[in-house]
Write a protein that binds this ligand. Sequence first.
Ligand SMILES: [Zn+2]
Length: 229
Amino acid sequence: MNYKGLLEGLVHLIYPSLCIACQENDPFSDQRLCLPCLQELPFVYNSADSMAALEGKDFFPPGIRYFRSLFYYTKESLVAEMIHRLKYNGQYRIGHYLGHLLSEKMQSEQSWSDYQIVPVPLHAKKRKSRGFNQAEEIAKGLQKGFTIPVRNNLLIRSRNESSQTAKDKWERSRILKESITINHTGQIPKRVLLVDDVITTGSTIAACANLLFEAGTKNLSVASLAVSV
Ligand SMILES: [Zn+2]
């Protein structure tokens, strides 16, 4: 057992795992969510409803054929808290579980056998301080469901400057676009499933989508744990 695994084992001993959303009830069966949360969390019904949520975004990326989100996202909700714990409290396994849950929903909607999973990149410095990239952890859960390759280093976040000082969302989008590049050393997959944790304005996936299309991707689908409404 490595250090990470040992630490996780100890944490589990001290804090027996409760539902990852409400953190009050025992999880249902072999799930990591309790039954009330499985029934009451704002799950998105299908890909058509996911697409409808994406179409209202400022940066709806053209050419996306399919989009699937597991949850609707609102501030200070259980979904927001759960994703916060995934990103900032080191609970990367939440990403595996929710990614796998998402794969179960997506499996009935279309075939994924010819696809490669591409996680939205995190800047190396941020990845190092966090210990992981949450999109890669979600991708692991999806991969378990689909058994298709994951291309962790196809997209690269080359600059880490804060976009918070930008004048407006359009300038933020421009800065973001310049900070993501594509790694041309490997083969560019024709069919890509792009993965992110939360989609808010759509500018990150739009920047990634444009790069992938320019590089030769023909068919782009997107999956996220949550989409803001
Ligand atoms: Zn719960």
